[in-house]
Design a protein around this ligand. Structure first.
Ligand code: BGC
Ligand code: ZN
Length: 373
């Protein structure tokens, strides 16, 4: 079976590899319980900056004993075959699959591998387990999440939606420290796929949302933000601090630009008792000057909260899918416009990786098989 793989640690090594087709008996990794395997035909796989970083050799690890890693962690597929004990899905069901698999910590033991405290973590297509960029894959039913048939056009957004749903939920959970928290105004930093979906989810919760991004010609990005009923702000014309001065300091800031400078800059715009969610995964060794006294004072006197959030478990996938369904009925036809770049098949690995550098692309995804009716 052909798969899109890299040699982790070797820059620009994306290539087509030949790997054995997984079976329920030999799933290709150790996380499948006997009888609980689900074999899935891959329909579409989204690619994102993480895949780019792995191909740049900044991130990513091959499975133990192997020298290549199959990429792909944002999957949408159709169930082909199930093990004798599988109850939650049937052949023909549309599904997605979570990314991280449990290690040893207490959090892994209680189904919260998304917040593992193990240093080593296992993620399909990223760290130590092959990903989904191949015709078929097998996983345990525990990690397979059903996608409603009504969402078949946007099923490939399930994983990014889970990341947004988790980040938002983390803020609401942590803010229970305040006894009452009714956020009204939110800033979303970044208008890429995570910024867009988060903007929609916060609008669905009734917040007034300003989405800030750097783009000179935002075009579609701005159009979609406005279609979700939010306001697009170009930071070339108005900084986050200026915006806070004009419309008020926000109760919530969700940072998803991929730029650590922005993550620190927006600390000085957050309102009293506010929450800031950081989701950017930033490689590299950049240094910067930060107004430490001012920020420290504001944050202490303002009882402010910073929470980092990564990954998502099946519960966050379900929440993300519920929001995609609500968003689809609230803003019909808007979400699918995020799917800007479709690539058919994996024949051109370098071309797929190059497409990730296109700043105007919102979602680039690889189609491996047509979606069944
Ligand atoms: C993925 C997450 C993953 C994170 C860190 C992101 O691109 O969407 O599932 O946990 O990278 O590896
Ligand atoms: Zn990702």
């Amino acid at each position: 079976m052909r798969a899109l793989a890299v040699h982790p640690g070797r820059p620009h090594s994306a290539h087509v590899a030949d790997i054995p087709e997984p079976t329920l008996a030999e799933p290709g990794h150790r996380w499948v319980r006997n009888g609980h395997g689900v074999k899935v035909r891959t329909l579409q796989v989204g690619v994102d900056a993480t895949d780019g970083e792995i191909n740049e050799a900044l991130y990513g690890l091959a499975p133990e004993g192997a020298d290549e890693l199959v990429l792909g962690h944002e999957v949408f597929g159709v169930v082909e075959e199930v093990g004798v004990s599988v109850k939650s899905v049937r052949p023909g069901d549309l599904v997605t699959c979570t990314v991280r698999r449990p290690g040893k910590s207490i959090y892994d033991q209680i189904g919260r591998n998304d917040i593992t405290s193990d240093r080593t973590y296992y993620e399909r297509g990223i760290c130590l387990i092959n990903g989904f960029l191949s015709a078929k894959f097998v996983d345990d039913e525990e990690y397979i999440v059903r996608v409603p048939r009504g969402l078949k056009e946007i099923g490939v957004l399930s994983e990014p939606a889970s990341v947004c749903a988790k980040g938002i939920e983390q803020a609401y959970l942590a803010q229970r420290r305040l006894q009452v928290w009714e956020p009204k105004l939110a800033f979303v930093m970044g208008a890429g796929q995570i910024g867009q979906l988060t903007t929609m989810m916060l609008r669905l919760r009734g917040l007034e949302v300003y989405t800030l991004a750097r783009g000179e010609n935002p075009g579609l990005k701005q159009e979609l933000i406005e279609a979700f009923g939010a306001t697009y702000i170009s930071t070339r014309h108005e900084s986050v601090q200026q915006l806070a001065g004009r419309v008020g300091a926000p109760d919530l800031i969700f940072e998803a630009t991929g730029n650590a400078q922005v993550a620190f800059d927006c600390m000085s715009a957050l309102g009293l008792n506010g929450a800031l969610v950081w989701t950017s995964v930033t490689g590299g060794e950049k240094l910067a000057e930060v107004p430490v006294n001012k920020i420290n004072l504001d944050w202490v006197l303002g009882n402010k909260l910073l929470v980092g959030s990564v990954n998502g478990n099946r519960y966050h996938f379900e929440r993300g899918l519920a929001d995609l369904a609500l968003g689809e009925s609230m803003y019909p036809g808007v979400i699918r416009r995020l799917l800007t770049h479709r690539i058919d098949g994996i024949d051109d690995p370098a071309g797929i990786m190059r497409q990730l550098e296109d700043g105007t692309a919102l979602k680039t995804y690889v189609s491996l098989s047509e979606i069944p009716d």
